[in-house]
Design a protein around this ligand. Structure first.
Ligand code: CUA
Length: 373
């Protein structure tokens, strides 16, 4: 190999090392990092992951060392190339040991894993939240007074009290999705026609990110989740605010918000619910039959499948992004409105004034989010 080829090879190796470092550091800082569990179930899954990982490393090292020994010890030596080494057929001790050792390891792994599998299917006596996946966002439904009717319906952000094992009832309104908030628990499929139980809990308040993890079409990557864990008092305030949404006063006559409400009635209420005002959407317009309930839109931190922040860092409403979304949703996130999958574009329908008025109306839908300190 000449000097130049050597240099090229060395640089290629360097470039590869740099690239892997970049990729690995990106993993380490991801809000979807599975190695920083917070919830009880996420912690025990993490334990299994590490435990089986260490076992695999030990086996890998042992096999590697054994292969190395065989390569060196039984290598062809000068003058003996044509001779076969001693041929062994059947070696009871060896066969028993390479059967029993892996069996023993699998038994140990099973003993740790199996109880966890059953534990993950348990339910708790905590509150229950129905989780519905659809193309391409999540709906969360709470039956607060336990009368069999959902009193709180929200989108993309599931809010739970700290320290409580919350029962999820996970399902889908169209295709298969998968609910995953890695720092709280593992993944659970959302399958149309089935309801899967799942538990999430966190011993500390915080906002934890999640993501749909079953490929579900065009905007699978834009189907995010935020799990907001609040102190009990804050959670109670959140519930009270959500429940009061339906009793909100209508915007003042002649205001921009009132003009926006009229436009909303004409263009948006065909799909979106605002409790107390617009409650009868045409469910046939959407493949999943449901669009995000906007009753308390302003109490969320994000919109469009948690793809965009609803507020800027300074606390102001992210008017620019929200406006663009209302104007041309399929231009901001891949959607297929022509196939009843997602919101239609209003870019040729709504004027700039119309957009201003609709934003003014949306701003009346609830106060700012309640977030953990
Ligand atoms: Cu929903 Cu992927």
């Amino acid at each position: 190999m000449n000097r130049y080829a050597k240099a090229l090879r060395r640089h290629r190796t360097l470039a590869l090392v740099a690239l892997s470092a970049l990729v690995l550091s990106a993993c380490a800082s991801s809000p979807l990092d599975t190695t920083k569990p917070v919830g009880e179930h996420a912690k025990s899954i993490d334990f299994l992951y590490r435990f089986s990982g260490i076992m695999a490393i030990v086996v890998g090292l042992f096999v590697g060392a054994a292969v190395l020994v065989v390569i060196i010890k039984f290598r062809a030596r000068p003058g003996t190339e044509d001779e076969l080494p001693e041929q062994v057929e059947g070696h009871l001790k060896a066969e028993i040991s390479w059967t029993l050792i892996p069996v023993g390891m699998l038994v140990v792994l099973t003993a740790f894993t199996l109880p966890k599998v059953f534990e993950l299917n348990e339910t708790s006596d905590g509150m229950t939240v129905r989780v519905e996946g659809q193309q391409w966002w999540w709906q969360f439904m709470y039956d607060i007074d336990e009368d069999g009717e959902y009193d709180i319906v929200t989108a993309n952000e599931i809010v739970i009290p700290v320290g409580e094992e919350v029962n999820l009832e996970i399902t889908s309104n169209d295709v298969i999705h998968s609910f995953w908030v890695p720092r709280l628990n593992g993944k659970r499929d959302a399958v149309p026609g089935r309801v899967h139980p799942w538990l999430i809990s966190s011993p500390v308040p915080g906002v934890f990110w999640g993501e749909c993890t079953e490929f579900c079409g065009l905007s699978h990557a834009n189907m995010q989740i935020r799990a907001v864990v609040l102190e009990q008092a804050d959670f109670d305030r959140w519930v009270a605010e959500q429940l009061s949404g339906a009793d909100r006063e209508a915007p003042a006559i002649g205001s921009a918000a009132q003009a926006g409400m009229d436009l909303f009635a004409q263009h948006c209420s065909t799909c979106h619910i605002v409790e107390g005002t617009f409650e009868a959407p045409n469910t046939a317009l959407l493949r999943s039959g449901v669009a995000p309930n906007l009753t308390n839109l302003m109490t969320r931190t994000s919109f469009a499948g948690a793809l965009f922040d609803l507020y800027l860092d300074n606390g102001d409403l992210n008017v620019a992004e929200l406006r663009e979304w209302v104007r041309d949703a399929p231009g901001r996130k891949p959607l297929r409105p022509d196939n009843q999958q997602g919101m239609v574009s209003f870019k040729d329908i709504l004027s700039e004034d119309d957009l201003d008025n609709i934003i003014a109306y949306l701003q009346t839908l609830g106060h700012e989010p309640i977030l953990p300190e």
